[in-house]
Design a protein around this ligand. Structure first.
Ligand SMILES: *Cc1c(COP(=O)(O)O)cnc(C)c1O
Length: 466
């Protein structure tokens, strides 16, 4: 399988290459040159497989010759063996039409574990072949940081530096990062906002003093391997609800457009999906883009669903590329315009291509609270604020009765206990697997919000690449 850049001007790479590269050298994102496709018979044949075995079937065409089937199977069994539920991503019924797909049974209680547990193992596998090392540098507003740290803690060939804005992540989120003791884990609290931290990370990728000494890589969802791993649970849940004979719709709490793009990929591979609903909070750039063609960034409003408080959704570029005729050079031009003015119009083919499968909805704070209250009162299910935004959109979609609607439950409610308690009157306890989080010692470094301070710290503590 070959991968090409959405901006048409970077070398094509194989799966191993795109996994280690993250971003393409022309600033674009990697996508497969064409979508592998399953027949309905092949999909029917996947019913009843274990999650790890299903993951092998779905991912093998993307992996190509970069891993043997046997090795991929071993990595999937290890990664999904770390989940606290035997079904890995169990599906729960809410009423005659609505379902919840629980993606939070991994070690750090958010759906990001599903992809990052595998990605950590893929990194180590590919690095050992070339006897290389990786320096992962990331910025987090919460869930990505802890999931990435858990996935690479203790791995010999990787150092991870995770920046978080001091005082602006929840205590559970901070402790999930700062109580990990492995020597290759470096938490940095910087003075400033998440955007400041993110800007420093981006600057480091373009800093040749750093990139010639260290093999710097990213773990956010611009990395293709993360999206690939997320395609699997669309298959898993649709098969349980009767695919390929019956069509299913999905409602996806969306921020960076990675999770919902994985659903788009599942549809391209032949999974019969009736509709993908992009659910946003009041930070609704994607809702405006999909409903009116207007992709223009405003300022971020903080909400009770912080992992969706985002204005620019990196993975949206992958959808625009695929729906807009796969013209990389034209898209590069369009994205340059967006980067200059923070606004652009979608082309007609981009709008029509997206609309064939995707609609969008926006939930404000009241609608989010009502969805949490409804699930608790009518179904006995305590859900988190991100999931509630998805559930609001799912119930408002007005799909025909015979179409099951699956809301992706992206975080465990115990990650956001205050918002959940306000909406439902119940304070969700932390699962026992993270139960002593508040007794463990924290370890992190505080740095001023300047690029020079962060770069000097990384240079001092990272191991140069081969
Ligand atoms: C990251 C995250 C999201 C948004 O997912 P994207 O792939 O960025 O669209 C939604 N909910 C939770 C809990 C998250 O951690």
């Amino acid at each position: 399988m070959e991968y090409v850049s959405t901006r048409g001007n970077a070398p094509a790479l194989d799966f191993e290459g795109v996994t280690l590269a993250g971003l393409a050298s022309d600033g674009g994102l990697y996508v497969p040159r064409e979508w592998p496709r399953f027949t309905p018979e092949q999909i029917a044949d996947m019913a009843g497989l274990s999650y790890a075995e299903l993951a092998v079937r779905v991912m093998l065409p993307f992996v190509g010759t970069s891993l043997t089937e046997e090795r991929l199977r071993e990595l999937c069994s290890e990664a999904y063996g770390r989940f606290a539920h035997a079904a890995v991503t169990p599906l729960k019924q809410l009423d005659e039409q609505q379902w919840l797909l629980e993606l939070f049974h991994g070690p750090t209680l958010a759906f990001k574990d599903v992809a990052l547990q595998l990605l950590g193992r893929l990194f180590e596998e590919f690095l050992s072949r070339s006897d290389d090392r990786l320096t992962i540098v990331g910025a987090t507003s919460g869930d990505t940081g802890s999931a990435a740290i858990d996935a690479v803690a203790g791995r010999e060939r990787i150092d991870i530096f995770m920046l978080h804005p001091k005082g602006r992540v929840s205590e559970v989120q901070r402790r999930q990062m700062t109580t990990v003791k492995a020597p290759n884990v470096h938490n940095i609290a910087i003075e400033g906002s998440f955007d400041d931290a993110q800007a420093m990370v981006k600057r480091m990728f373009g800093d040749t003093v750093m990139t010639t000494r260290f093999h710097i890589s990213a773990v956010n969802s611009i990395n293709w391997a993360r999206l690939m791993a997320q395609v699997v649970y669309y298959f898993a849940s649709a098969l349980q609800l009767g695919a390929p004979e019956r069509k299913v719709a999905f409602s996806v709490p969306t921020g960076n457009f990675g999770d919902v793009f994985a659903g788009y990929v599942a549809a391209q591979m032949g999974l019969p999906i009736e509709r993908l609903i992009v659910a946003t909070n009041v930070n609704d750039i994607l809702h405006r883009a999909l409903s009116a063609g207007d992709y223009s960034a405003g300022t971020v409003t903080p909400t009770a669903a912080p992992s969706m408080d985002i204005q620019v959704s990196s993975n949206f570029e992958r959808l625009l590329f695929d729906c807009g005729g796969r013209d990389g050079l034209a898209l590069a031009e369009q994205m340059r315009g967006f980067e200059a003015s923070k606004a652009m119009r979608l082309t007609n083919s981009q709008r029509e291509g997206a609309a064939a499968l995707i609609t969008s909805a926006r939930a404000d704070a009241t609608e989010m609270t009502q969805a949490m209250a409804w699930a608790a009162r009518e179904c006995g299910e305590v859900i988190d604020p991100h999931t509630a935004i998805g559930l609001h959109a799912a119930r408002a979609a007005g799909l025909p009765r015979e179409i099951p609607v699956v809301t992706l439950a992206t975080a465990h409610p115990a990650k956001f206990p205050d918002a959940v308690e306000r909406a439902t009157g119940q304070r969700p306890p932390l699962p026992t697997r993270v139960g002593d989080l508040f007794d463990r010692e924290e370890r992190y470094t505080e740095l001023p919000g300047t690029y020079e301070a962060v770069a000097a710290y990384v240079a001092e503590h990272a191991t140069p690449s081969a």
